[in-house]
Write a protein that binds this ligand. Structure first.
Ligand SMILES: [Zn+2]
Ligand SMILES: [Zn+2]
Length: 149
């Protein structure tokens, strides 16, 4: 499948998921999804304002809330001050984040399979002790990026 076909497919998924929560895939929402795809990393409200100058900030916030409710995007944050958004993991691939608590920089990291197996085993043990059935995990590392140290 070409990159364009993948993106077409993503827009189809976006439309269906929004319809499930009685929302339409408006041009504003589509522009945000396209920005998340092309950025390739979590984007902030400031990034959205910069790349989509015609989209009022209040609309951007509303679209982000609705896209999140539809399960299309998720919040990535070291703190409220540095909130960013990325496509939901089932639309991309499993990964983790390095979050700088000083400047808000977010780096996506995809650990090797061995790391994921160890995490999955440790999570299974923790969850089993509570009679809990794990489905996935999130692991964000907080700290200082190279520039902020
Ligand atoms: Zn930093
Ligand atoms: Zn993982």
């Amino acid at each position: 499948m070409s990159a364009d076909e993948l993106t077409d497919d993503l827009h189809g998924v976006a439309e269906r998921r929004l319809r499930r929560v009685d929302q339409r895939y408006t041009s504003g929402r589509r522009a945000i999804v396209e920005l998340l795809v092309s950025a390739g990393h979590p984007v902030s409200i400031g990034d959205i304002a910069e790349h989509l100058p015609d989209l009022p900030r209040s609309s951007a916030y509303r679209h982000l809330t609705d896209l999140q409710a539809a399960g299309l995007i998720r919040r990535v944050a070291a703190s409220d001050e540095f909130t960013r958004f990325e496509l939901a993991e089932d639309l991309t691939e499993h990964h983790h984040h390095l979050l700088c608590v000083s400047c808000g920089k977010v780096t996506d990291v995809t650990p090797p399979a061995g790391f994921e197996h160890q995490v999955a085993d440790a999570v299974s043990d923790l969850a089993a002790a509570e009679g809990f059935e794990p489905q996935s995990h999130r692991l964000d590392v907080l700290g200082l990026c190279a520039a902020c140290q």
